[in-house]
Design a protein around this ligand. Structure first.
Ligand code: PHE
Ligand code: ZN
Length: 853
């Protein structure tokens, strides 16, 4: 590489030192004003070791803060009595307890990073995870310092709702049209869980009754215009509370639980204690404005944030290297919750599909990191699919290896033993191990070794001995250094079927060494094996199924994942069989699809999942050098073949599933997708679009119209904008549908940037536009480096506004090593130019640097 880039902000896990002090009470007074908010911070600090003469404390700050005064025990300090270390304040205290009072100001109206206190759509709100608190005041902004908060908010009466964590203690009027509210949170918490809201908000209200009969008062706050789209979120919250009581015996510990919908938000939602803040895209839902997947998503995110109350808030993190401790466990709990609410097979398949299309490529690319990394250039950059989704699979591994009961015992012990503490993934392991001594000693390798393991399986049947031998081998290569890594415990669930599909046996075996062999006796005839059922471990399985075996498994597998996987494998085998003609390929896939038309009436939701054409990203990830044109061509030919061979059956499905429920819509819209690949049926797209009032149907028709490039496409897009321009989530969708157009050009992008609804200040809009262009693999390949350059320019512009959001847009650049020449060299050049941009943020720099080094 021509350059080496160094990062001054690199931090190391093993550098961790525990704080040598405690903070007992924190009183915050916040005088809200859009341009100059005054923050008064008072706290009592004490040394942990009472015998030391003095102790140094780092109060984290940032360049957002304007320090007015600082006093210790009532004595104002002059500037010789503290040290500024970059933006942090270092203070040396003498032995024992001291009170600290700091006054500073901040400017919420210029806070476009959306970290700390900022303004969104005229309301004050906040986001402190992971290190936003230092943009509010000087304080030890680290998760292992937990404190009780008392918060006084003062604001103009134009902001009638004043919220913070915990319980409302007092409120009243002040001079000059101002008012105040005092909130107290009974639970000690780290800074990242602090939140405030002040605005003119409407709310809906309900309650949850706990097992002991006491109520929790629940509110969802939103802008008046959005309040009629909050009911579903409220219902989901109540379900989640009940589920956590029933499944894990975990009861809500708060008398008040508030959720607030915010337009401008970096993440999806945030689990602040008793005051969850939600990106509007993760909370608002009505059938006219949200599709069925959005509904499930809202339910999942509401559940996720609520589940954090125990896994994250009551038991929190020692340091940010352990982020996965709270996220993986909470994603796992969220997945289990949705699995009981919705169709369990659909949910599992969607989760695995998501993992494989997003986390697998990330974990094999330059941004790959261990679930619990040893070093970080930016904490913001570990909010990844690896931390969340791979982490959740590791929690699932505990459950698969230990069984549900063993897992539940370990989990209960974890909760009991560490309640109120800031801990690590090792502590979670210790709790599991204490209850389940047989848990493998090398289990923690799952947290320390990055990359996706490969399990290579082979079978041999010996008719003379009536014996089947199964050999399993595991490999793991570090994705960056290419070194071979240590074997890990990998549970492989499998089943044996007879040639005509009878289930003979099902078991789980945990592969713990590099290679192991299993022998099955008394097997009368050669069986069909089905491996990695339920996706029992986050690995790539390499096993050569024959076409016939796959066809049998598609028809007879009783495990949802493996039934789906058999069809996936069949498609893969066809696509990568370079010695087949397109006609042959189409026919094999057609034969496999044929029985599914009847299955649709048996299990419509799961059948829709089977028939969903998978994301090309997954297939591209399996190609040495990405060739989207080859893939797209095969895919289109096969889709048209399957559409035309079964025209009548698709039409029948389309007509038979017109009921107003999610599973009918799922099947109906799959049928629509296939059948409208044939021109004579494309009239169905405008027909469905204009006749429906349900967003699932409207959205599906619009997407297909753009994808198929039908003559009515522009009229439909214009109509959509006209109808939904007042719903920001739908404008986002409107943009992203256009950005995913395979015929996307730079001219089209110029028009988009000039559109009045275009803005770089709203993260959702940025993702809907720049993010969606980055996902458009076909256009990227077709337009080439000018399109990468367009994305690069946008990322740099956005970086000046919001570096957290900008840094997450680099995904298309992470695939650079897989591009063909000369595009590859051109894109590398673009990345180097970005790295040299003046004032590039640390967040963006860290990502780009890892890509080219
Ligand atoms: N902790 C949030 C979640 O996973 C994500 C988040 C991170 C939100 C950082 C805001 C800021 O639920
Ligand atoms: Zn989370």
């Amino acid at each position: 590489m021509p350059f080496t880039y160094t990062n001054d902000h690199q931090i190391y896990r093993l550098d961790y030192t525990a704080p040598n002090f405690t903070v007992e009470q924190l009183a915050l007074e916040i005088d809200l004003d859009p341009v100059s908010t005054k923050v008064t911070t008072r706290f009592v600090i004490d040394a942990i070791d009472q015998n030391i003469d003095e102790y140094e404390v780092r109060l984290h700050g940032s360049n957002e803060l304007l320090l007015a005064t600082i006093a210790i025990d009532g004595q104002q300090l002059d500037s010789s009595e503290f040290i500024f270390d970059e933006n942090d304040l270092l203070i040396i205290f003498t032995q024992g307890q001291h009170t600290v009072e700091i006054i500073n100001t901040i400017n919420p109206s210029t806070n476009t990073e959306l970290s700390g206190i900022y303004i969104s759509n005229g309301m004050f709100c906040s986001d402190c995870e992971p290190q936003g608190f230092r943009n509010i005041t000087y304080f030890p902004d680290r998760p292992d310092v937990m404190t009780r908060y008392r918060v006084t908010l003062r604001a103009d009466q134009a902001y009638p709702v004043l919220l913070s964590n915990g319980n409302l203690i007092e409120e009243g009027l002040l001079e000059n049209n101002r008012h105040y509210a005092i909130w107290e949170d009974p639970f000690p918490k780290p800074t990242y869980l602090f939140a405030i809201v002040a605005g003119n908000l409407a709310y809906i209200e309900d309650q949850h009754i706990r097992p002991n009969g006491s109520p929790v008062q629940l509110r969802v706050y939103a802008d008046q215009k959005d309040i009629d789209r909050c009911d579903f979120a409220m219902k989901s919250l109540k379900k989640a509370m009940k589920w956590d009581e029933e499944r894990f015996g975990l009861i809500c510990d708060l008398d008040f639980y508030n959720i607030v919908a915010v337009d401008d938000f970096n993440g999806g939602a945030m689990e602040n204690k008793g005051l969850n803040l939600f990106n509007t895209s993760c909370i608002l839902a009505s059938p006219e404005t949200a599709n069925d997947d959005d509904f499930t998503f809202v339910e999942a995110v509401v559940g996720h944030e609520y589940f954090h109350n125990w896994t994250g808030n009551r038991i929190t993190l020692r340091d940010w290297f352990n982020l996965s401790l709270k996220e993986s466990l909470t994603v796992f709990r969220e997945q289990e919750f949705i699995g009981t609410e919705e169709h369990p097979g659909v949910r599992r398949v969607q989760d695995v599909n998501y993992l494989r299309t997003h986390q697998f490529p990330d974990d094999q690319g330059p941004l790959s990191h261990a679930v619990r990394p040893d070093t970080l250039g930016s904490i913001e950059n570990i909010y990844t699919t690896t931390t969340y989704e791979k982490g959740a699979e590791i929690i699932r591994l505990y459950q698969t290896i230990l069984g549900k009961e063993g897992f539940d015992r370990g989990f209960a012990r974890y909760i009991k033993e560490f309640d109120g503490q800031a801990v690590t993934v090792d502590d979670f392991y210790q709790a599991m191990k204490a209850e389940n001594p047989r848990l493998f000693d090398n289990f923690m390798l799952w947290y320390s070794q990055r990359g996706t393991p490969i399990v290579k399986a082979s079978t041999e049947y010996h008719p003379d001995k009536k014996e089947l031998r199964l050999s399993l081998k595991q490999y793991l290569f570090d994705p960056v250094t290419k070194e071979s890594k240590q074997p890990m415990p990998i549970p492989v669930s499998y089943a044996l079927f007879s040639q005509d599909g009878e289930l003979l046996l099902e078991e789980t075996f945990t592969l713990t060494t590099h290679q192991q062999c299993l022998v099955f006796h008394n097997i009368d005839a050669e069986p069909i094996i089905s491996l990695l059922r339920g996706f029992s471990a986050p690995v790539m399985l390499d096993y050569d199924y024959s076409f016939r075996e796959l066809q049998t498994l598609i028809a007879y597998e009783t495990d949802y994942f493996s039934k789906w996987e058999a069809l996936q494998n069949l498609i893969l085998k066809v696509i990568f069989a370079r010695d087949m003609t397109l006609d042959q390929m189409s026919e094999i896939i057609g034969n496999a699809v044929e029985p599914l038309f009847d299955y649709a009436y048996e299990d419509p939701a799961f059948c829709a999942q089977l028939l969903t054409i998978p994301d090309e990203g997954y297939y591209l990830g399996l190609m040495e050098v990405e060739d989207i044109f080859y893939l797209r061509n095969i895919r289109q030919t096969i889709v048209r073949y399957v559409a035309s061979r079964f025209q009548d059956r698709w039409l029948k499905l389309y007509q038979d599933f017109q009921k107003d429920d999610a599973e009918s819509r799922a099947i109906k819209n799959i049928a629509l997708k296939f059948i409208t690949s044939l021109e004579e049926y494309q009239y169905l797209l405008p027909e469905q679009y204009y006749q429906s009032s349900n967003m699932t149907d409207i959205g599906s028709a619009l997407k297909c119209a753009v994808w198929q490039d039908i003559p009515e496409k522009q009229a439909m897009l214009d109509d959509f904008y006209e109808r939904y321009q007042h719903y920001s989530t739908l404008i986002d969708r409107w943009f992203s549908v256009q950005e995913s157009d395979p015929n996307l050009t730079l001219d089209m992008l110029d028009k988009i940037v000039e559109h009045p609804a275009f803005t770089r200040n709203n993260p959702n809009r940025v993702r809907a536009i720049v993010g969606a262009v980055g996902k458009n693999r076909y256009a990227l390949a077709k337009v080439g480096s000018p399109l990468y350059q367009w994305i690069a320019n946008e990322i740099l512009e956005i970086d000046r506004i919001n570096s957290i959001t900008a840094a997450k847009l680099v995904t298309p650049f992470t695939k650079v090593a897989r591009l063909q020449e000369p595009l590859q060299s051109e894109v590398i050049e673009i990345i180097h130019t970005m790295l040299k941009a003046p004032n590039i943020s640390n967040n963006l720099f860290d990502q780009l640097k890892r890509i080219v080094q």
